[in-house]
Design a protein around this ligand. Sequence first.
Ligand code: SF4
Length: 689
Amino acid sequence: AAARDKRTKKTKTVCTFCGVGCSFEVWTKGRKILKVEPTENSPVNSVSTCVKGKFGWDFINSEQRLTTPLIRKGEAFVPATWDEAFTLISEKMGSIKETYGGDALGFVSSSKTTNEEAYLMQKLARQVFGTNNVDNCSRYCQSPASDGLLVTVGYGGDSGTIRDIENAGLVITVGANPTEGHPVLATRVKRAKKLRGQKLIVSDLRKHELAERSDLFLHPKQGTDFVWITAVAKYMIDQGWHNEDFIKARVSNFKEYMSVLKKYTLDYAVEVTGLPKEQLIKTAQMIHEADGTCILWGMGVTQNIAGSHTSGAIANLLLVSGNFGRNGAGAFPLRGHNNVQGSCDMGTLPQWLAGNQRLTDDTARANFEKAYGVKISEKPGFTNIDMLEAVEEGKLKAMYLMGEDMAWVDSNANHVHETLSKLEFFVVQDVFLTKTAQFADVVLPAAPSLEKDGTFTNTERRIQRLYQVLDPLGESKPDWWIIGQIAKYMGYDWNYKHPSEIMDEIADLCPTFAGVSYERLEGWNSLIWPVQKDGTDEPLLYTERFNFPDGKARFSLTEYVPPVEFTQDFDLTLNNGRLLEQFHVGNMTNKSQGLQYKLPEVFVEVSPELALERKVEDGSLVRLVSPYGAIKLRAVVTDRVQGKELYVPMHSVSHENAVNLLTGSVGDVRTQTPAYKETKVKMELIQAK
Ligand code: SF4
């Protein structure tokens, strides 16, 4: 073993820090990571990575890693054996199931785990514990985007690939900051602009780096994207700039859509959004003139009270202009975590089975019932949000969380903390003793991506293999092994020897994954679902049919829902989002010395005009207060933000200044995704500088 440790090993993996899905080789000697080397073989990034993919891996050897199961004894955690932990979990959860039924239990999966692990999480919930109460962290970000696409074009995923974004004549980003959230994808847009003269429209509250490079920057009032997007669609139709042949042949409800559109005139849009009329006309003109338009959107759209409606409106605009089913065009919700797409595909959702099959689909349900040997209810289970409400109502007694830091990530964090402490029994499986884990009765040490085999599905529906680089640290284990053991202690011996066997089961049960196998994904190979049994995949969706029985798309017929209202004393709009150097709330990347050095603490961006009015300077300490909580931060005065709009990054080193202490409980009208972006605060100056 000592001799082996001296040799340099190169292992292919897939990055775990965003949905772009870069792959590269990790060079190691023993447990030391020597370097990360992207190669031309990677189907997504070729020789590129961003700073997180290159330098974000120190957390692997962090002294803060969980290396043994922990069981709560009073206020403290005591190390335990795996057998002790599994015995306690099976006894407690088994007894709750026995007494109250399976629906008294809730399961939450993470988009950081592999497809195989997400699949097993829903299998654990549905087969072993008999409940559809299973959800994943896309509930906090991307569910509205999936919803808007499901109702219009039929699949909840990107309609094409990153190559299509590069090849588009026009790229529009709405409420997204790819330079920091999806860096390698952003470089593709910048390159296409520079080399081919690709046009770029950026719509955002904040004038971020990509906005600086855009041909047109739109700054609508917070929560009004639906209106300008719909007004542009109407204006294009009024001008005869719509693709009439496409609509006639491929969309089923144009007449009904036209009657919804009546009210969305340019004048109405100017009044609601505050955008100048010329900018709306210019946007319509640019779409009309472009040889293919791609619209990319992020949490600036989805984390609003009607993010699902706005996602539908984006699909509508693309349908009006005939921008589906052709290269260099389409809808691109930018998935945040590396495996948001995969964890949804794998059925960790209360109303979906694995393979994007509806729970209400009798044939699909019957297939799963046959394979699992149990009856599966067609009644949807609880979402993450429902689960917390059900705890408050005494209906949900226990929760099992895999890789999800709900106490930091969910909105209205103070309330979440109170609710989690009311659970009768709580299991958290993670790499670190997270904020959420501190409320648990049992904590199970999980192995991160570099310590296991599996597959991830990136934002463009591309499935790629990751290979084990290092052995799991201490007693930590891959999530798929841990879940398998819980099933075993509950009397279900799944007996998987390797994640490839789990993928074989997925392929058997899910038509969209029918041709997926580890052999076909060997090395740098990848497949983009849906994948036929013979291995044919489909990078570009909707070339002939939309995913509905009649093959036709449908316009979304929803109306504008104004943002959440606050009392007047909360006079500042608080926006939040990612920064390049940190992954999400930061509980992995903040263990990286280099990244932490680059960005040691969180801050609030204040516009020069507001700073002048409130006597705030660069470096002043301020307190932000919302109806839900308060945090203290240093101010950064910058013209990236305007007027009474503030920006706070979503990551923070300590929980005391986490932005989710300020965000509220109101959620998207269709998917319950918290309206994180619709937060109002007041700002108090604590210390001038
Ligand atoms: Fe990783 Fe995303 Fe950076 Fe690629 S762009 S290296 S996937 S964080």
